[in-house]
Design a protein around this ligand. Structure first.
Ligand code: SF4
Length: 295
C-alpha cells in the first residue's frame, strides 16, 4: 500500500487525542521501496549502498561494524541517529569491496575476528550485501563470525533471499555468516505502537524466521522482552510462534532490554512515552533534538 499522504516517513508522533499523526502507520513494503531509491544505487554495474561510518565496538566480544543508512521500520525505541529518518541527508555510497576493505582494516587494527553490517536495516540492498558476504566467504579464515542484522521485512518479501544467505551463513557450520533477526512484536496493536508499521505487517518477521529455518540458514531471533514494551502475553505469543517453526528457534532467543540512547529518548517522548523517557528532557536528549534536520 503506498503512502497516500505522500509525506516522508520520519519518526512517529502522536497528537493530542493519542492517535498517530500521518503518515503513520505506514506500509513497510512501500517504505522498503521508497528507502531503496535513496540508499541503494548501481554504479558501473556494481551495487553500492549508503553508510555513515565504520567502527569497532565491544558487543559480540569485539566486532568491526559497518553502519548502514535507512530502515523500513520506525521503532519508537530505536537508538539509530537521524540517518534512519532522513536517509537522503546522511552517509556516502560505498561499493561492497570498499565496505569489505574498511571492515578488514578495522579487524587488523583491533585484532578482532568478527564483523557485521548494522546501523539500520542491513538487507535493504540485497545484491550489495551478498557481494560483501561473498568477499567474506572467500577470506573466511580471517573471520570467526560475520553478522547480518535484520528486521526480516526484506527476507519475507523477496523470495530466495534466505536461500542466498544460507550460502554464506549455513547451519552446517562450514561458513562464518550468521543472521540476527529482530522480532519487535507479536500482537497487532502493540506491533504497530512499537514499529509504526501497519498491523498486518506483523507477519513479515515471522515469515522471515520460517524462511531462514527452511533454507538452513544460521540465525537466531532477538526479541524485545523489556516489560516497558512487551507484555507477558505478547512475549508468550512470540515465543509460541517461534516454537511452532522449531523448538530450537525458541530456545535460541536473545532477550533484549533497551537502553535510553539519545535519539530513542526523542522518539519515545514524541509518542508520549514519558514513562520511559522521563518527564524532563536530559542534556543528551536535548543534543539529539538539536541535531535533528528541520524538515
Ligand atoms: S528495525 Fe532496528 S534500525 Fe529499524 S527502526 Fe527498528 S530498531 Fe531502528
Amino acid at each position: 500500500m503506498p503512502n497516500t499522504n505522500d509525506r516522508p516517513v520520519r519518526y512517529a508522533e502522536r497528537g493530542p487525542d493519542g492517535q498517530f499523526l500521518p503518515p503513520f502507520p505506514f506500509d513497510p513494503v512501500w517504505l522498503t521501496e521508497a528507502t531503496r531509491r535513496t540508499v541503494c544505487k548501481v554504479v558501473d554495474g556494481v551495487p553500492h549502498r549508503k553508510y555513515t561510518e565504520f567502527y569497532a565496538v565491544g558487543v559480540y566480544g569485539g566486532i568491526a561494524t559497518a553502519c548502514s543508512v535507512g530502515c523500513n521500520f520506525r521503532c519508537i525505541f530505536c537508538w539509530v541517529d537521524w540517518s534512519r529518518d532522513w536517509p537522503e541527508r546522511y552517509g556516502q555510497f560505498y561499493s561492497p569491496a570498499e565496505v569489505y576493505s574498511k571492515l578488514r582494516n578495522i579487524m587488523t587494527e583491533t585484532g578482532f575476528r568478527r564483523a557485521r553490517v548494522s546501523g539500520a536495516e542491513s538487507t535493504l540492498c540485497p545484491d550489495h550485501l551478498c557481494e560483501i558476504l561473498e568477499l567474506v566467504h572467500r577470506d573466511a579464515d580471517a573471520f570467526d563470525l560475520f553478522v547480518i542484522e535484520t528486521n526480516g521485512v526484506v527476507l519475507a518479501i523477496e523470495d530466495g533471499l534466505a536461500t542466498r544467505f544460507a550460502g554464506y551463513a549455513s547451519r552446517n557450520g562450514d561458513t562464518v555468516g550468521h543472521v540476527r533477526l529482530s522480532i519487535r512484536g507479536g500482537l497487532p496493536e502493540t506491533f504497530t505502537e512499537k514499529t509504526g508499521a501497519l498491523s498486518e505487517s506483523l507477519e513479515l518477521p515471522f515469515k522471515a524466521a520460517e524462511r531462514l529455518w527452511n533454507a538452513g540458514t544460521s540465525f537466531h531471533v532477538a526479541v524485545v522482552v523489556d516489560p516497558r514494551f512487551t507484555s507477558d502475553e505478547e512475549k508468550r505469543t512470540i515465543f509460541d510462534r517461534l516454537k511452532d517453526i522449531d523448538p530450537s528457534v525458541r530456545r535460541g532467543v536473545e532477550e533484549e532490554y533497551l537502553d535510553p540512547y539519545p535519539h530513542a529518548l526523542v522518539r519515545l517522548r514524541a509518542v508520549g512515552r514519558e514513562d520511559v523517557s522521563g518527564p524532563e528532557v536530559s542534556e543528551k536528549e536535548h543534543r539529539a533534538l538539536g541535531r535533528k534536520p528541520c524538515s
